[in-house]
Design a protein around this ligand. Structure first.
Ligand SMILES: CC(C)(COP(=O)(O)OP(=O)(O)OC[C@H]1O[C@@H](n2cnc3c(N)ncnc32)[C@H](O)[C@@H]1OP(=O)(O)O)[C@@H](O)C(=O)NCCC(=O)NCCS
Length: 158
């Protein structure tokens, strides 16, 4: 039994796209010590980019949100982008975020599974996503959903 509503955001509703972009920004804020908030100018530009891409209707973006029942409060979001990776049509997950008060209820899992259904329908051959090494939550969620490590990102402090 779920008391939450899942639906794609409406590109004609600027406030809603702005909120979606903000939740997307939070996925970086809550998973990286290097996070610096976007300026309002950057937020407006990123929001407009999502509006434009969704209006284009080419189904390259999938912007799925989850709302608290009986309110328009957006409490979770997954942002997907279809493009070629290693010469195959793929679906990259740019970000995933769930409000702290609504975590550990399976919302992120449902967002990811819905994204997979969409990507499969659109002809993507695989899902692709990046996770910080310290984000154990997300690493185990990915593993439980059948994701495998495809690439390692090495850094050296200079
Ligand atoms: C990572 C994040 C999206 C997970 O969201 P979530 O909705 O809590 O995730 P889920 O509930 O779907 O699954 C999380 C865990 O809760 C467990 N869980 C699900 N339902 C549960 C329940 N009823 N009781 C207890 N645990 C439960 C799941 O098994 C899962 O555990 P696992 O990771 O060991 O497999 C969320 O913590 C978040 O927004 N973090 C900050 C941003 C971030 O790190 N984003 C990802 C960047 S790559």
């Amino acid at each position: 039994v779920t008391k939450h509503a899942f639906r794609e955001i409406d590109p004609e509703n600027y406030e809603e796209v702005y909120a979606f972009n903000l939740l997307h920004e939070y996925s970086f804020r809550d998973s990286s010590s290097a996070y610096k908030p976007d300026t309002e100018g950057e937020r407006a530009r990123k929001t407009q980019n999502i509006v434009d891409r969704l209006r284009k209707g080419d189904q390259s973006y999938f912007c799925l949100a989850v709302f608290k029942e009986s309110s328009s409060e957006m409490i979770g979001a997954i942002f997907c982008d279809r493009y070629e990776i290693d010469k195959h049509p793929a679906c990259h997950i740019h970000g995933l975020w769930v409000h702290p008060e609504h975590r550990k209820m399976g919302l992120a899992k449902k967002l990811k599974l819905d994204a997979e259904d969409w990507a499969k329908k659109m002809g993507s051959k695989f899902m692709d996503t990046n996770v910080r090494v310290g984000n154990q939550n997300m690493i185990s969620l990915n593993e439980s959903l059948g994701y495998e490590v495809a690439r390692l990102n090495f850094r050296k402090t200079l």
